[in-house]
Design a binder for this molecule. Structure first.
Ligand code: ADP
Ligand code: MG
Length: 256
């Protein structure tokens, strides 16, 4: 059975999408079968894999409403990673789903038939703690939390942790933290080092040894529709995500 990992943090701009896109590609490059689910109506993960959002006919939206199956929604990208795309249509789902039965478990139920086809399934969550993110948390085995090394890095994390505790109590008893990733890391800055200390105090050994530096190639890659290891395999960003992929796979070998 594949392991489902939600990439979540309700703060925007902390590197969730960049991490989902490039960790998925890095893990696939290690020979694993990977599915990436774009659960953000902005569809940035979808376009980062070279798929035009406007052309998407079957998205996560139709999975959540039950109109289509996961198998029907899966797109084979040109980068070894399979993708369930998203687009702006998904933005209405949060409200529409409220009246659905088992509204928090729609994604989990939709993904169940395809989980066996993959080693890892990554879900890129939107920057919120709404019903979409709740679907991501209920569908996952573990949560990977990117944290940007900046002022107020830990702000909002207690809400995320308390949401995860609620999900654990009410819907998904086995949910756990996969790892905490420090992004936009700059070891020359005192601020970065302070954030690292705080985050380590809070999350202990869940913090990845790998950190992701600020690297302009990482921010350029999405507009070329390619993950970093294809866009510029020699960049610092590509190197960091390759390290992260190796650490991620190693952690999961030890557990499994
Ligand atoms: P989120 O999904 O959490 O909102 P994104 O991954 O979309 O965050 O990142 C926000 C912005 O920062 C994007 O423009 C992205 O290209 C850029 N970015 C993310 N990580 C890095 C990094 N390590 N170095 C440089 N730019 C980055
Ligand atoms: Mg995002």
């Amino acid at each position: 059975m594949g392991k489902v990992v939600a990439v979540a943090n309700q703060k925007g701009g902390v590197g969730k999408t960049t991490t989902a896109v490039n960790l998925a590609s890095g893990v696939a490059a290690q020979g694993k079968k990977v599915l990436l689910v774009d659960l953000d109506p902005q569809g940035n993960t979808t376009s980062a894999y070279g798929i035009a959002k406007r052309g998407v006919e079957i998205s996560v939206y139709q999975l959540l409403t039950g109109e289509k199956t996961a198998q029907e929604a899966i797109v084979h990208t040109q980068y070894r990673v399979d993708l369930i795309p998203s687009n702006i249509q998904l933005s209405g789902a949060g409200i529409e789903l409220v009246s659905f039965p088992r509204r928090e478990a729609r994604l989990r139920e939709a993904l169940t038939p395809v989980i066996g086809q993959y080693d890892f399934i990554f879900i890129d969550c939107p920057p919120s703690l709404d019903l979409l993110t709740l679907n991501g948390l209920c569908a996952c085995d573990t949560v990977l939390v990117p944290i940007q090394c900046e002022f107020f890095a830990l702000e909002g994390l207690s809400e995320l942790m308390s949401t995860i505790r609620t999900v654990k109590k009410m819907y998904n008893p086995y949910i756990d933290i996969e790892g905490v990733l420090l992004t936009m890391y700059d070891g020359r800055l005192n601020l970065t080092l302070q954030v690292v200390q705080e985050v380590k105090k809070f999350f202990g050994n869940k913090v990845y040894k790998t950190t992701i530096p600020r690297n302009v190639r990482l921010s350029e890659a999405p507009s070329f529709g390619a993950p970093i290891n294809y866009y510029d395999g020699g960049s610092k960003g590509a190197e960091a995500y390759a390290f992260l992929a190796a650490e991620f796979v190693k952690n999961n070998r030890r557990e499994g």
